[in-house]
Design a protein around this ligand. Structure first.
Ligand code: SF4
Length: 543
């Protein structure tokens, strides 16, 4: 397909466009896209996606604008194609004359699928987000503060139970093998199941021995398949299917002394929950709130509320594990830009101190590792580090004096012991026999081998963070700033289609869709702030 090129919007003189011009609010996303679409999404910015020969594509500048509106309004592909065809505001935003039905001025919903796939396979899949962010930066809307948070993105597919996981993985394997290899794999199946249907085998689910037999026989089929493939040269797709089968059969089962394979009573740490979307995981946003799928992570500038970065992780990933990705621009770049530069230049109270940036986050970001990374990068941390806790009201760790100079710990009974360091730098202080005769023991430990205090490699920076967080100014700033990211995530998730529940499968696709949603939210924000392009280059805020 070759690149289709849109007419320039200046040629729109039809009465519907005139009507939109007169009636739409100047800060509406439709008016903004109508005015700035050519600057933001010129067809040439997508030329690499349409380098083949063949018929002309729908101009990508038009598709990009419509995809943004689709994500903003939470519509399916079919609904968006229909809205583009019949809603005057959408046509006005996309720069299409109202009564024009020639060529690409009406198109099918499959155009969105095609565009997403082309973007995903390209070297710059997040370009729509990057283009919008660059405009926000040029308008001075991205300073040096970031607030981080994450939100659950529910899986687009159903979570599978163990028996469905194993059967689906065997079915997958049979689907991708053919010829003599398929015949050999089929020959080792002994359960009597032909794996032709995805329906669960009909048994009496109240009958425990029948359930046990079902699990054992299908698991033995799975192991037999893997054994049949062992040592062979396989195609990538068969290798991948075999790997998935090995994972699902290995994660949930354990063999008893009687050689029967049963469902294990524990849950594997990184358990695959669906063979249709093997990258999704069971996660927890809070201890009470579990979900299946992914986590969408964002960083925002708290002053302009522009989203500066997004990423998606498996649902069970810790928030701090992707924090460096979200603040990659701060870690790389120490240039002073945007509102902070103005404030710093004017010496206003909002100006930052000697640190070159500030990062805010809840306790999920208050890990020693991230606190150390921020400190090393000379970035102020407003990430909350939880105070130490101890069970049953026993002495918490902050009742002990950790002296990193002498590498010792002194307990409330004035006993000092040396910290024993492990290879990774973490350490442990054991009070052992000192506790046996200690009069404070009933307040300190219930262990027969005495109290232990762990001293991590990042102990100093964590302790410093806890002290800083007691400062009323620190707390007031945290309380005033951090909730902004929660509001932004709430705003992103409220969409009926493609909000909380992912509408695609696989981490890369979910991440691309989340990034597009963030780009759409940013565009709506630029429209609200009446940002406009400057002739000759650049962007500015109105007034
Ligand atoms: S119980 Fe052990 S660690 Fe606790 S105060 Fe007594 S001696 Fe110290």
């Amino acid at each position: 397909m070759t690149l289709g090129v849109a007419d320039r919007q200046a040629s729109l003189l039809d009465d519907m466009s005139e009507f939109c011009e007169k009636t739409l609010a100047k800060d509406s996303i439709y008016a903004f896209l109508h005015r700035e679409r050519d600057r933001l999404f010129p067809d040439e910015a997508f030329a690499d996606l349409f380098a083949d020969d063949g018929r002309r594509s729908v101009p990508p500048s038009v598709v990009a604008a419509v995809m943004v509106l689709q994500r903003l309004e939470g519509l399916s592909d079919r609904e968006a194609a229909e809205r583009y065809a019949f809603d005057a505001r959408w046509r006005y935003a996309a720069g299409v004359g109202s009564y024009d039905t020639s060529e690409w001025t009406i198109f099918s919903h499959t155009v969105f699928v095609d565009m997403r796939e082309r973007l995903r396979r390209s070297t710059d899949p997040d370009r729509v987000f990057a283009i919008v962010l660059d405009a926000a930066k040029a308008a001075g809307l991205v300073g040096r503060k970031r607030v981080l948070d994450s939100t659950p993105l529910y899986d687009a597919v159903a979570t599978m139970d163990t028996i469905t996981l194993i059967r689906s993985a065997v079915r997958n394997l049979l689907k991708v093998t053919d010829g003599s290899l398929r015949a050999e794999v089929l020959a080792v199946l002994t359960s009597g199941d032909d794996y032709a249907s995805s329906d669960k085998p009909q048994i009496d689910w109240e009958d425990a021995p029948a359930r046990e037999r079902l699990v054992d026989t299908r698991a033995k089929d799975a192991y037999a398949c893997l054994l049949a493939l062992e040592g062979r040269e396989l195609t990538d797709v068969v290798t991948e299917a075999a790997r998935l089968l090995a994972t699902v059969v290995g994660q949930d089962l354990e063999e008893g002394d009687d050689k029967i394979l049963r469902i294990a009573r524990k849950v594997a740490k990184d358990r695959v929950i669906s063979v249709v979307d093997p990258e999704a995981r069971h996660g927890h946003k809070t201890s009470a709130h579990g979900f299946d799928g992914y986590k969408g992570h964002v960083a925002i500038d708290p002053d302009s509320e522009i989203i500066t970065a997004t990423t998606v992780s498996a649902g069970n990933a810790g928030d701090a594990s992707v924090a460096e990705q979200l603040i990659g621009d701060l870690l790389e770049n120490d240039e002073v830009t945007g509102d902070d530069a103005v404030r710093e230049g004017q010496g206003e109270p909002g100006a930052l101190g000697h640190e070159r940036a500030t990062v805010y986050g809840d306790a999920a970001y208050g890990t020693g590792e991230l606190q150390s990374r921020l400190k090393d990068a000379n970035i102020a941390s407003k990430c909350k580090t939880q105070p130490p806790v101890a069970k049953n009201g026993l002495f918490t760790k902050d009742r002990f004096l950790v002296d990193l100079g002498t590498d010792t710990v002194t307990c409330p009974n004035d006993v000092t012991v040396k910290i024993r360091r492990l290879k990774d730098g973490d350490g442990i202080a054991k009070f052992a026999t000192h506790c046996v005769t200690c009069p404070l023991a009933w307040q300190c430990t219930t262990s027969r081998i005495g109290r232990k205090i762990r001293v991590g490699i990042h102990e100093a920076v964590v302790a410093r963070a806890r002290v800083e967080q007691k400062d009323p100014k620190w707390r007031a700033d945290y309380r005033a700033t951090r909730p902004k990211v929660e509001r932004k995530l709430g705003h992103l998730m409220r969409r009926r289609h493609g909000g909380r529940r992912a509408r695609v499968r696989g981490k890369l696709r979910v991440a691309a869709d989340f990034s597009l949603l963030a780009a759409a939210a940013n565009l709506a924000r630029l429209a609200k702030l009446e940002v406009r392009s400057i002739e000759g280059g650049g962007w500015m805020m109105a007034g």
